[in-house]
Design a protein around this ligand. Structure first.
Ligand code: SD4
Length: 349
């Protein structure tokens, strides 16, 4: 007989877990860390920066060069997010991102500072660094979110070059997809395309949306999130990443959170805001992320082995935590002691 005790603090009893269709591992209450048992809680020294996924190491390095010199967290997260945006091997962020089903590369990004100021762009085409446009929205407009044509117009007015972002490799992948035309969000789908060539989801060469959270030497907390969204999405579809409170939320009094995975579920649950509010009520970053994933799973009637959402959180004390629906989600952390640490997230299966 498996142990059917719900995961501590999950708020779910066994019946609810069964109703939610969670797998046997969740019913057994066993958190997984990609093959290892529960990871030790991680507390970073200040300044520090953390990012979703293993490719966050490179992004963190750019952010660290700002933070280590006494720079501001907002400059650090922008500098860091620009790294995967420019990476041609990365098909889920920035240039070379996989397009929507009509062949348009459309990008989403958001940024938030220690004062609660925020800016975002959604459905932005032809601009390679949406995170920098999001920052301009925050700093130079009375608005929070610009979308589509209006976002592009603003970016061009601000001097960002207009470019073709669909690379030959991404175009070929889109053409291959057109043969099947099946939209099915798959766990770590963006990495799945790399799977055979570059290793398993979460492997060193694999890639996904990046969310970054940083505390600078002054103790200020900022965050950034940037993505090309779900590959082969409908034209006009916007995910969680540019929605403040969903894909990113920062509260300088408490902490910050960001998300990756199927954005629709994160938006429905205002996931990153929820994580921060749970931390405000005393939860650790890990437990807050776990509760946010639990809420998402509670709404899902059918267990889908391909469904993935992951949350990553950092509190003011430098404590880091993460939780995902299933294994494969990793995060990168960086402080004075170690700039290249990669940690597999705990998950329900
Ligand atoms: C979205 N959350 O657009 C993003 C995509 C993502 O891994 O994270 N993909 O829904």
């Amino acid at each position: 007989m498996p142990n059917t005790t719900p995961p501590p603090g999950s708020g779910l009893d066994r019946r609810q877990l069964v109703t939610a269709g969670l797998g046997a591992a969740a019913l057994a209450g066993a958190a997984r860390t990609a093959g290892a048992e529960v990871a030790a809680p991680l507390k970073l020294t200040t300044p520090c920066v953390i990012s979703t996924w293993d490719f966050g190491v490179a992004a963190n390095a750019a952010a660290w060069s700002v933070l280590a010199g006494g720079g501001a967290a907002i400059d650090a997260v922008e500098a860091g997010a620009r790294i995967p945006e420019a990476d041609l091997k990365n098909h889920s962020v920035g240039r070379a991102g996989y397009p929507d089903r009509d062949g348009h590369v459309s990008l989403d990004a958001s940024i938030m500072n220690q004062r609660g100021d925020c800016g975002a762009v959604a459905g932005l085409e032809h601009i390679a660094h949406p995170i920098s446009v999001a920052r301009r929205v925050m700093e130079r407009t009375p608005h929070v979110l610009l979308v589509g044509e209006g976002a592009l117009q603003f970016a061009v007015e601000q001097g960002f070059p207009r470019e073709e972002l669909l690379t030959p490799e991404s175009r070929a992948a889109w053409r291959a997809w057109l043969r099947e035309k099946s939209y099915r969000p798959i766990a770590n789908r963006e990495v799945g395309d790399y799977g055979r060539k570059l290793g398993p989801p979460g492997g060193r060469a694999n890639h996904d949306t990046i969310g970054m959270l940083a505390i600078d030497a002054h103790g200020d907390l900022c965050g950034a999130c940037t993505t090309s969204g779900m590959a082969w999405k409908m034209r006009g579809r916007v995910g969680d990443s540019p929605i403040i409170g969903a894909g990113l939320y920062v509260d300088n009094e408490v902490g910050a959170a960001t998300s990756t995975g199927v954005g629709e579920e994160v938006i429905r649950n205002v996931g990153s805001f929820l994580v921060v509010e749970l931390m405000r009520q005393g939860r650790s970053p890990r437990d807050a992320c776990k509760e946010a994933v639990t809420r998402i799973l509670r709404r899902k009637a059918v267990h889908d082995p391909d469904f993935q959402v992951g949350f990553l959180a950092l509190n003011r004390a430098g404590e880091v935590g993460a939780w995902a629906v299933q294994s494969g989600f990793t995060y990168a952390t960086c402080d004075a002691r170690s700039q290249t640490r990669i940690t597999p997230s705990e998950s329900f299966s």
